[in-house]
Design a protein around this ligand. Structure first.
Ligand SMILES: [Zn+2]
Ligand SMILES: [Zn+2]
Length: 216
């Protein structure tokens, strides 16, 4: 009884439970109870009703999984060493259970924490799907000649809207002219590529051109 005030000046005690304190006047258990490993808020997600792309203000339309959308919104300043997400669809909502394991400085004891997140899904058509449904395309490859199969094989699906059999060859439509331009540039090293432009109309006073590439 006489020793206690004397000891208190040497060893700090947890201000909550009286056990020896290890960090910020709290014991290990109380410190871990008070400090969050991570934080995540409920959010809403715009999803393309056709292709499943996601939309966010920062990234625009992009391909991503619900798990990544969650991880991207997790806020933490701690070292996270493990994560597990389980998802459940309920009506127009996605209910997620986010479990993370990690360390809250300065403690070396691992903490596992679980948070529930409610994601409201809102369906909309993405820019690409709107263009596709309107038959819109900005560029076309006209692949002809002996090497047509080989050329078609080298074109991956990046930005390709459709491939049609035409005049003993293939017509490949691209939604965006930048995709066509980039691929045409690569093909130029091996094949014969010739590009032209055609005026296809006007929109809001701007002339719209379509790129055509004959490739053989
Ligand atoms: Zn305590
Ligand atoms: Zn889409």
């Amino acid at each position: 009884m006489i020793l206690k005030p004397f000891l208190a000046t040497l060893i700090m005690f947890c201000i909550k439970c009286g056990s020896p304190a290890v960090a910020e006047n709290f014991c290990e258990r109380c410190f871990l109870e008070r400090n969050r490993l991570f934080e995540i808020k409920n959010f809403s997600l715009i999803v393309c009703s056709v292709c499943g792309s996601h939309y966010s203000f920062e990234k625009g339309w992009h391909k991503s999984s619900a798990e990544n959308e969650i991880l991207w919104r997790v806020k933490t300043k701690n070292r996270v060493t493990g994560k597990k997400i389980t998802l459940r669809h309920v009506g127009n909502k996605l209910l997620a259970s986010v479990q993370m394991t990690g360390f809250i400085s300065p403690l070396r004891k691992m903490k596992t924490e679980t948070a529930s997140v409610e994601i409201v899904l809102r369906k909309q058509k993405c820019d690409n799907c709107i263009k596709i449904s309107g038959g819109y395309y900005e560029a076309m490859f006209q692949i002809r000649g002996m090497k047509k199969e080989e050329i078609l094989k080298t074109i991956k699906n990046e930005g390709v809207l459709s491939v049609e059999n035409k005049d003993n060859g293939y017509n490949v439509k691209f939604i965006k002219k930048q995709d066509a331009k980039r691929i045409a540039k690569d093909l130029k090293d091996i094949y014969h590529v010739k590009g032209t432009f055609k005026l296809v109309g006007e929109k809001k006073g701007k002339r719209l051109y379509r790129s055509f590439y004959s490739i053989s």
